[in-house]
Write a protein of this length. Structure first.
Length: 352
C-alpha cells in the first residue's frame, strides 16, 4: 500500500545509492544477493530474478495453510476506525509535522488471518514463529516450505495477519501500523496468538529469540515497532520499504516525528536492544507523496538513515538497496526473501 499518496504531487525520482550522505555499501553483481553470513550494506539489481526458493517445489514437504476471520466487535483493543473515502487531511499551520484529520470516525472491520504450519512441526513442541503484516502472504509460505526442507531455517509457524482496512492517518491500518507504541504487539499477543494455538493445536514459543516480525511499508515499520517496544516478545525484524517516516496519527507529543524518530533519536539515544534487523529499500521508493512538507517523508533517506543509525549503535543488521525497484517491489521480494529469512534466523538455536 502506498501510505496516503496524493497522485498529484507524487513525483518519485530514482535515487543513486552512492548519493553523498547515504551509507557506504557493497555493490553486488547484477542478480546476486548478499550472503546470509554477512552484515552491513549492499546494493543489488538492476535485474531481479525469482530465487529458486520463491517458487513452489512439488518434491518437498508442503506445510498446511489455515484461514480464519477476526471481527472488530470481538476486539477489546481495536474496535475500529475509518477515514472517509477520497479524504486525507491538512497540515497544522503551526506545525507542518502534525496532520489534522477531521474525517476519521468509528467503523467496523473484518481482518483475515492465515496460519502456516510446516509439515515438520512436532505437535506439542514450542515452535518458533514469524508474524507478518498485511497478510495473507502466500510468498512467505512458499519460501518457508523450501527453506525448511533445505534446513536453512528452523521449522517455524507463520502467522500472516490482515490489516484492519484503509491506509495512513485516520485509518485502522494506520492506527495499527504507524503508532509508536507497544499496542499492536499487545493486540497480537492477547487476541491473535491464543486463537492460533486453540484453533490449530499448535504451541508457540515464549522465547523472544524464536519470534520474528516482518512487513512492508507501514507494515515494515510496524514490525520494528513491535520488537522495539516489546523486546521481551520479539528479537527478529524483516522489513521492505519500511515507513520510517512521520506518519503517526493521532499526533503524539511524546513521539512527534512518528517512526522518523527511530533513526532521528530513538536508536542513537537508547541502550542497545537484543534485535536483529533486515531491511530493504528501492531506488524508486516513495518520496514526499502527500501534502505534508515536514522534511520527514522520504522513504529512501529514512531507510538509509536507519542503516546508519543501526551501524553506529552496533546492531546486527543487513540493509539492501535495490536498483530498478519500487515501493515494496514484488520482484525484489521474490529475489531476496529467501536470503533475508535465512540471514534473519542465522544465529537461532532450536529449543529442546
Amino acid at each position: 500500500m502506498l501510505c496516503g499518496i496524493n497522485p498529484a504531487v507524487a513525483q518519485i525520482p530514482t535515487r543513486d545509492p552512492h548519493t553523498p550522505g547515504y551509507v557506504k555499501a557493497t555493490e553486488l553483481p547484477d542478480g546476486a544477493n548478499p550472503s546470509p553470513d554477512s552484515n552491513g550494506n549492499f546494493i543489488i539489481g538492476p535485474t531481479h530474478h525469482d530465487a529458486p526458493e520463491s517458487v513452489v517445489q512439488a518434491d518437498i514437504p508442503q506445510g498446511k495453510i489455515y484461514h480464519f476471520t477476526m471481527n472488530s466487535k470481538d476486539s477489546k483493543i481495536y474496535p475500529g476506525i475509518a477515514r472517509e473515502p477520497n479524504t486525507f487531511g491538512s497540515p497544522d499551520p503551526a506545525n507542518p509535522a502534525k496532520l489534522i484529520v477531521t474525517t476519521s470516525h468509528p467503523a467496523p472491520y473484518n481482518r483475515q488471518v492465515a496460519v502456516y504450519v510446516p509439515e515438520q512441526y512436532v505437535p506439542g513442541t514450542a515452535a518458533p514463529f514469524i508474524i507478518g503484516a498485511d497478510g495473507p502472504d502466500n510468498l512467505l509460505f512458499v519460501v518457508l516450505d523450501n527453506l525448511i526442507a533445505k534446513g536453512k531455517v528452523p521449522p517455524m509457524i507463520a502467522i500472516s495477519i490482515g490489516n484492519g482496512s484503509g491506509d495512513a492517518q485516520g485509518s485502522q491500518r494506520g492506527l495499527e501500523y504507524d503508532t509508536m507504541s507497544g499496542l499492536y504487539a499487545e493486540f497480537v499477543e492477547k487476541e491473535v496468538l491464543p486463537l492460533v494455538e486453540s484453533k490449530y493445536q499448535v504451541k508457540l514459543t515464549k522465547n523472544p529469540d524464536g519470534r520474528a516480525t516482518m512487513g512492508g511499508s507501514s507494515g515494515g515499520s510496524c514490525a520494528l515497532v513491535m520488537a522495539w517496544y516489546h523486546p521481551e516478545l520479539y528479537h527478529r525484524v524483516l522489513t521492505y520499504s519500511g515507513t520510517y517516516i512521520n506518519q503517526q496519527w493521532p499526533y503524539n507529543p511524546e513521539s512527534p516525528q512518528g517512526a522518523w524518530g527511530f533513526h532521528g533519536h530513538l536508536i542513537p539515544e537508547s541502550p542497545l536492544k537484543p534485535l536483529r534487523i533486515w531491511m530493504e529499500v528501492g531506488d524508486q521508493d516513495l518520496f514526499n507523496p502527500n501534502i505534508m512538507r515536514d522534511g520527514m517523508h522520504d522513504w529512501v533517506l529514512a531507510n538509509e538513515n536507519m542503516a546508519k543509525a543501526l551501524s553506529v549503535k552496533g546492531y546486527p543488521y543487513q540493509f539492501v538497496f535495490a536498483r530498478n525497484a519500487r515501493h515494496v517491489d514484488g520482484n525484489v521480494r521474490k529475489q531476496t526473501l529467501p536470503e533475508a529469512l535465512e540471514w534473519l534466523w542465522k544465529d537461532y538455536h532450536l529449543e529442546h
